[in-house]
Design a protein around this ligand. Structure first.
Ligand code: 4AZ
Length: 263
């Protein structure tokens, strides 16, 4: 996660592209949750835009304005990694009005380990392959969202990482619900939550991951966690009929690979 003292609190996910070769010599691309240091952070575009500045050429937060911490569940812990960012890349089609393409990439310059031994080392989460929906063989009734955001609407942000499990919300019902409050849900977004509310992401969780983690699901086949979405927005938090809205990572893979693999 990252905490910017002068701006808002947001979260993010580490990724690392892995380019290798198969026996045949074909180049294959993968997005492994590897042991190597991550190269990039995926977060939300709205975490990096100054709302008071409407000039899209100048309103993006610069790398030097970001404080990014990692390797800890407790944001106040001293044994945390400090991540320096070299480049901030906001999705070119990010629309602050509809929140479409609310996604950004941060190029990692370096990761400084704490002097005190930390409990956790920064690792990356697996991304879906290009054009492949991340939902193959995954349990749609249960995706896991994490963050240090508010623990209730209007409540306080959390010092410790919080976890919530939410089901995919039917697209038509989500579009219908948000059209009534003047919002919209684009094809590059999806909704998750219960129709009765009660479990949700909230402000401060933005930019962080929603992912399939079948390792923690007793009724699913076990596999590596895979990032399915980025926490983006919602009408309040945990309200009935107002699920969380997420940027779909699988729908953004063409752009991500373009940036990260330089294609
Ligand atoms: C926010 O303000 C925000 N209930 C993030 C997620 C949700 C609502 C608001 C989802 O960043």
């Amino acid at each position: 996660g990252n905490g910017a003292p002068r701006g808002g609190l947001c979260a993010g996910s580490f990724i690392k592209p892995r380019i290798g070769t198969r026996n045949s010599g074909d180049v294959v691309q993968g997005w492994d949750a590897g042991n190597d240091e991550p190269d990039w952070v995926i977060t939300a575009a709205h975490c990096l835009r100054d709302k008071n500045n409407k000039d899209t050429k100048t309103n993006t937060t610069g790398p030097e304005q970001l404080t990014l911490i990692a390797g800890t569940f407790d944001v106040a812990a001293i044994n945390r990694h400090i991540v320096t960012i070299g480049q901030v890349i906001v999705h070119p089609d990010y629309d602050p009005n509809t929140m479409a393409h609310d996604i950004a990439l941060l190029k990692i310059e370096g990761i400084k380990a704490p002097d005190e031994q930390s409990d956790f080392i920064p690792r990356s989460i697996q991304l879906p392959a290009r054009h492949m929906m991340p939902i193959v063989n995954r349990d749609l009734s249960r995706q896991r969202v994490t963050g240090w955001g508010r623990t209730s609407e209007g409540g306080r942000v959390s010092e410790n990482l919080m976890v919530a499990d939410v089901p995919l919300y039917p697209r038509a019902a989500c579009q219908e619900a948000y059209s009534q409050v003047g919002g919209s849900v684009a094809p590059s977004q999806f909704c998750a939550g219960y129709s009765t509310g009660a479990v949700d992401a909230c402000s401060g969780d933005s930019g962080g991951p929603i992912f399939f983690d079948d390792r923690t699901n007793p009724v699913a086949t076990s596999d590596a966690p895979i990032l399915s979405g980025v926490v983006s927005w919602g009408f309040g938090c945990a309200r009935a009929g107002a699920p969380g809205v997420y940027t779909s990572v699988s729908k953004e893979m063409t752009w991500i690979e373009e940036v990260v693999l330089g294609q």
